[in-house]
Ligand binder design. Sequence first.
Ligand code: HEM
Length: 444
Amino acid sequence: MVANASPRGPRGWPLVGSLPSLAADPLDFMVQIAARYGDVVPYRVGVRPHWTFAHPDAIEALLVKHRDALVKDTVTRSLSRVLGEGLLTSENPLWKRQRRLASPSFRPSHLQAYAEVMVAATQRGVQRVTLGERDVHADLTQITMEVVLETLFGTRGGDAGAAGDAVVRFMEAFEEEIRSARRLLPGWVPTRGRRTVARSREVLKQTLGRIIEERRHSGEERDDLLGRLLAARDDDGQGMSDQQLYDEAITLFAAGHETTALALSYALWGIAHDPELAERLAQERREVLGDRPATFDDLKALVWHEAAVKESLRLYPPAWVVGRRVIEAFEVAGVTLREGHQVLLPQWVVHRDPRWWTQPLQFRPARWRNGETDELPRFAYFPFAGGPRVCIGNHFAMMQGVLSLTTWLQSVSVAPAAGAALSFMPAVTLRPRDGVRLSCSPNA
Ligand code: HEM
């Protein structure tokens, strides 16, 4: 990276700074400022100084070396209106304690036990798929929601559909809010979007609260995530408050299914538009599985399916930007960041940067099989972020990605739907604006 002592960035407008451009098209804004000003770009959103860093070395320095000088940025923090103080939004010392409690549920020994649930939920999901043109993102969201509920909360879900809808409504309201000047209003102002977000939290609390209460009353001690959260005790023997339990449950429910559904939907989109790749994948399934369902032990052999998921996470990263706020001044990439500065690290830009990727805009899983990606700088690819706040569900997500993709394609083939295009509505995640419409037919 070329260090630049006085980096330049867009000047923006009085009062709102670059908010109008950022809000109009956040993905394009990130691409344009990187193209025009380089790897380190200062600008303002409202009166807040912002920096975007688009070089892997700077991203590594920020997420790993300077991790103690940064906390979650203002936008991520505002997610606490629905997620509360769960793992994604909280800070030390609460975060450290909760991360320690949740981690065992995501260790390889536990993940192995989830494989069957992932395959079975996908099999049930594909049975619901009516053939013809449809939004596969909606199908996959239902599947990934069932997987999270069953693996982490030990329940088949029942009326969890309402909770899934609440996540969608919250995402939409959040997207609208962060794209308007309303995002500059103080947190206590009850905007329409904020009221929708508060209602979503109530629905999530009710649905997940019922699941928590049922487990409490059953007196059953299970070694799943919910069991571990319920059994957790402080040094003075205190259990987790109901509030904290809800916050963790809502966080894991929301963070655990939406993102994986996106990764799978965009992988199917890429496969639908590349018949040669679809055939390569079919060949792998024939060789590894024949007609039987996939298991945990097959994962290491399903290398092309894994490459398709990785490539989906590169080209269409569900978490398209990582945000942080500086709490203590430090220097990085030749500039000084001061307390209160907001830092954005856009996967969307770095994952499409021709310095690291050949044919960066092509969906080309082969790049993960032919050695092309072996020498990449560590943070040229960071779909799950990195450092201590790295996604706790990264192995869970990769495993479900491969198993669900394989299981789906064993039953249902995908092809382009007439007139369908992919466009995005980036807010917390890279959601599709009009769904992911594909033509589905039975896999002979
Ligand atoms: C393809 C799927 C997924 C992607 C792309 C993804 C991406 C991310 C990213 C980028 C972060 C870091 C955010 C930051 O540093 O500000 C994160 C954090 C987190 N993710 Fe994921 N995630 C995925 C799946 C999952 C799953 C399956 C779960 C749980 C079952 C999960 C739970 C979490 C939690 C709890 C955090 C906060 C971790 C902490 O700060 O300790 N994610 N995820």
